[in-house]
Design a protein around this ligand. Structure first.
Ligand code: SAH
Length: 362
């Protein structure tokens, strides 16, 4: 059965809760809407994989997690094999990436403590079957403060709530969600937001939207502060834009996916995956502010090819020729610029004294 068809009583719940909330206290911000809708969404069913709503790189092929395991093990070796190390993953989904990465790392003698930061109790259960030794956390705060951190976040930042402000007739306003009796829709709210707009954009035409992700920025800074204190590295892989691309400076990037199709983000809250593009230029700025090195971003395809995913695919195909065609299809999905290779980007933070990660040039 498709995940999207599993409509339980709680799903009726979110729509009713939003309507009651808006009726009682007025419109809610786009950020509030997105945060609540996603918290609900990730708790109701396993959204990942062919039978779910969307598919991610680790679910496409084991090679993805294996490359990350290699990347981490290589740094651990060059760091002099510290005995106390923490692997920390944000939003591990089914736990596939962690399980593939840790299996490869172990071949190099690297057995870090495993900490998983996961908001969904349902997904925690799935992770427990693959990575029974893990310790679960609600955030970075309870992760040990001693020993280098090796942090991974794949398609995590894109799920964090974005804040939007919109140029209305009278000035800039927070973009909020109302209910018109039939459906939810985004409109300009009442609260003036003019002081939040960069000088160069103040005079944008009516309807212009500016999007930021305070949750992602705050988290990236928290990570930088921890790496500065404990050393280690953080790897962010996500779809997004950098200032060098033609990426959005203005406009909404909020989108919803259900059963592998794009749908209206304001229809059926909690039943579709809501994401927004990650602003990689912002992540670079935050590294600067937090005084850690920043590597990348580079395209996911380029990064994986530099790490040797092509050779890995060929080796797996030799071992099991019946799988060769499937492996080549998976490889193409992960690395080709027309598929995930260019839109998905890889960026790393590096704490003091920690070796430079492979795949980002010299
Ligand atoms: N990294 C996985 C899953 C990506 S989906 C993969 O690549 O397959 C996003 C993941 O982040 C899910 O595990 C979801 O439950 C989790 N998540 C989303 N928002 C979260 C939040 N605010 N706090 C903790 N976990 C969150």
């Amino acid at each position: 059965m498709e995940v999207s068809e599993q409509i339980g009583p709680e799903d009726i719940g979110l729509e009713a809760i939003f309507r009651r909330l808006i009726g009682a206290t007025g419109p809610i911000s786009v950020a509030h809407y997105m945060a609540e809708a996603n918290a609900h969404y990730y708790n109701r069913a396993d959204p990942l994989g062919a039978g779910g709503d969307f598919i991610t790189a680790p679910e496409i092929s084991q090679m993805f997690g294996e490359m990350i395991g290699l990347w981490l093990a290589d740094q651990w070796q060059r760091a002099g094999k510290p005995s106390l190390c923490h692997f920390v993953e944000f939003g591990p989904g089914r736990g596939t990436l962690a399980s593939d990465a840790l299996r490869v790392a172990e071949r190099f003698g690297f057995r870090p403590n495993v900490h998983l930061i996961e908001g969904s109790s349902r997904l925690r259960q799935a992770q427990r079957t693959l990575i029974p030794q893990a310790i679960w956390h609600d955030g970075l705060d309870s992760v040990p403060r001693e020993g280098p951190l090796l942090i991974v976040a794949n398609e995590f930042l894109d799920a964090l709530p974005v804040r939007q402000i919109v140029r209305a007739e009278q000035g800039w306003r927070e973009r909020v969600v109302v209910h018109n009796g039939e459906r939810f829709l985004p409109v300009a709210g009442a609260r003036p937001m003019d002081t939040a707009v960069p000088a160069t954009l103040v005079d944008s035409p009516e309807g212009t939207i500016l999007e930021t992700c305070p949750a992602a920025s705050g988290l990236a800074y928290e990570i930088a502060v921890r790496l500065k204190a404990q050393s280690g590295t953080a790897l962010f892989i996500d779809y997004g834009y950098d200032t060098n691309d033609s990426g959005p400076q203005t406009g909404s990037t909020l989108q919803a996916v259900r059963a592998h199709e794009k749908v209206d983000p304001f229809a059926n809250p909690g039943l579709a995956d809501l994401t927004a593009l990650v602003d990689f230029a912002q992540l670079r700025q935050i590294a600067l502010a937090g005084d850690v090195d920043c590597l990348g971003p580079v395209g996911q395809g380029e990064w994986l090819m530099t790490l040797g995913i092509g050779e890995r695919a060929a080796a797996l195909a030799r071992t099991d020729p019946a799988q060769a065609q499937g492996l080549m299809t998976a490889l193409d999905r992960l690395v080709s610029p027309e598929q995930m290779g260019a839109l998905f980007k890889v960026l790393a933070y590096r704490g003091p004294g920690w070796p430079q990660g492979e795949g980002f040039g010299t």
